[in-house]
Design a protein around this ligand. Structure first.
Ligand code: NAP
Ligand code: MG
Length: 489
């Protein structure tokens, strides 16, 4: 039976600490950014982008179709042939440094828009998304004129026009992950942001103009999945970089088969967070909370499965429930908020469907008692215990603040259980012994394994998956090679 325990009454309450939106400039309508200008979509249609915390419309953006994508790809090709492949690598680097500095200068505005459009807590967009996006531009700016050192004894050449399609969970950061290495290596770009979170990518276009980036080097076309498919299928695109669901990734892979297009896919995940009996328990519990409730669980590498060694299971679950009770679900613009709004109604329905499945499968549900706003989309932090390895909530990606906990007795057992998933994006291991940590990190089929920490990101570190989590790496040196042809001299 689902149980709801009473939230212990806090002896103190935090006063709201709302971030002001006074300085934020959001236009009532955005056209596409093509060849350095704002261009109306060929069919003249627009669709709204909403604030998921209030359900209110923030702006409207172009609904792009094939002719718009075609125009953007042609602009990118022209810019590649006539400008971007002609200037020196050092010049390219200068533009990237300029963009990085401009993001830093306007970081507050970007953070607020990210929170308004996507629903994530301002603390996170301010401290994670925007600084990391700037850092990616800084990092790849540094590589632009040093590619011969990145690939010693190899000849490198850009690929050409990159079509980039990104999801809604880290809108500006995903744009930075894709645009920065593409430009540093001499490629030009057509980017399609997600339908529900297009605004920071469009603000980034404003900033490209401010930076004096030559026209057509980056083009941004908004739209839905059909726009994304038009971009992926366009014959003028030489490389596709896609981050999103495994289902769409597979369809892109099929359509790219037989073409000359290079492809990288960053797809879904079902990461395991593993707590061994000698782990620092308080630290591990905090890491688990950060791993799944951070960003409403809208994280491809979210630690959505928890494995706890039997001898410490009771203690971990008790501490975890206590910590869950203190999490603040509420206005994303409030600096006290831990868990913001679910990105869209559709995503909320998906999460609720999985919670129902978990209950039906016989797992024990734990949710804190918290008042949720009646407008907007919200989900309390959710913990399932007594979860079977075969259960749907332990196998499928939920992409919400829902954690499925299981126990294990031995290390070989947890390795087998953790690897028993079609995904292979990330994992976390909590234990005191370095040798054990390395044993586990080597045995886990995951692109990233964090030891005694979780969700740490850095531009120098490659990120990507195994199995159905995709292929190719973003970040670090590996992220450069995804945008280059390399050959021997
Ligand atoms: P999604 O539905 O696959 O969408 C991703 C992007 O692709 C969006 O821009 C989407 O447009 C577009 N798209 C939809 N259908 C398309 C098609 N047939 N052809 C080309 N493009 C298409 O994924 P999502 O729901 O936005 O994002 C959540 C997923 O992304 C999760 O599975 C998560 O694990 C994954 N993710 C992975 C990583 C990683 O690095 N591995 C990082 C972040 C997220 P619309 O927005 O209009 O639908
Ligand atoms: Mg929105």
């Amino acid at each position: 039976m689902p149980s709801k325990t009473k939230k212990p009454k806090a002896s103190w309450k935090l006063s709201p600490a709302l971030e002001s939106t006074a300085q934020v400039d959001i236009a009532t309508r955005y056209k596409n950014y093509i060849d350095g200008s704002w261009v109306a979509p060929s069919e003249g249609k627009y669709f709204p982008t909403k604030n998921p915390a209030t359900g209110k419309k923030l702006s409207e953006v172009a609904k792009s179709t094939q002719p718009d994508v075609d125009l953007a790809v042609k602009a990118a090709r022209k810019a590649y042939d006539e400008v971007w492949s002609q200037i020196t690598p050092r010049e390219r680097g200068k533009y990237l440094f300029r963009i990085a500095r401009l993001i830093q200068e306007r970081a507050r505005e970007f953070a607020i828009i990210e929170t308004l459009d996507g629903g994530k807590p301002i603390r996170e967009s301010r401290d994670v998304d925007i600084p990391l996006a700037a850092n990616h531009f800084f990092y790849y700016a540094g590589w632009a004129d040093k590619l011969e050192y990145a690939f010693p004894n190899r000849k490198v050449a850009p690929i050409g026009v990159a079509g980039q399609i990104i999801p809604w969970n880290f809108p500006l950061l995903m744009a930075a992950w894709k645009i920065a290495p593409a430009l540093a290596t001499g490629n030009t770009v057509v980017l399609k942001p997600a339908e529900t979170t297009p605004l920071t990518a469009l603000k980034l276009a404003e900033l490209f103009s401010d930076a004096g980036l030559p026209d057509g080097v980056v083009n941004i076309v908004t739209g839905d999945g059909t726009t994304g498919a038009e971009l992926a299928n366009h014959p003028g695109v030489d490389k596709i970089a896609f981050t999103g669901s495994t289902e769409v990734g597979k369809s892109i892979q099929k359509s790219a088969a037989g073409s000359n297009k290079r492809l990288t896919l960053e797809l879904g995940g079902k990461a395991a967070n593993i707590i061994l009996e000698d782990a620092p328990i308080d630290q591990a519990v905090e890491g688990v909370v950060n791993g799944i409730y951070f960003n409403q669980g809208h994280v491809c590498c979210a630690g959505s499965r928890l494995f706890v060694q039997e001898s410490v299971y009771e203690e971990v679950i008790q501490k975890l429930k206590q910590r869950i009770d203190t999490l603040i679900v509420g206005d994303p613009l409030d600096k006290n908020t831990d868990i913001g709004a679910i990105n869209s109604r559709e995503q909320l329905k998906t999460i609720q469907k999985y919670i129902k499945i978990g209950i039906k499968e016989g797992a024990d549900l734990y949710q804190p008692e918290c008042e949720l706003s009646t407008v907007g989309s919200w989900c309390p932090p959710t913990l399932f215990t007594n979860v079977a390895q075969s259960s749907v909530i332990a196998q499928e990606e939920i992409f919400g603040p829902v954690l499925a906990a299981q126990t294990f007795r031995t290390v070989p057992e947890v390795i087998e259980k953790a690897n028993n998933t079609p995904y292979g994006l990330a994992a976390g291991v909590w234990c005191d012994k370095g040798a054990r940590l390395f044993q586990l990190t080597n045995a886990l089929d995951a692109g990233v394994v964090w030891g005694n920490t979780y969700n740490q990101f850095d531009p120098t570190s490659p990120f990507g998956g195994y199995k159905e989590s995709g292929f190719g790496r973003e970040g670090g040196l590996h992220g450069l090679s995804a945008y280059l042809h390399t050959s021997s001299h």
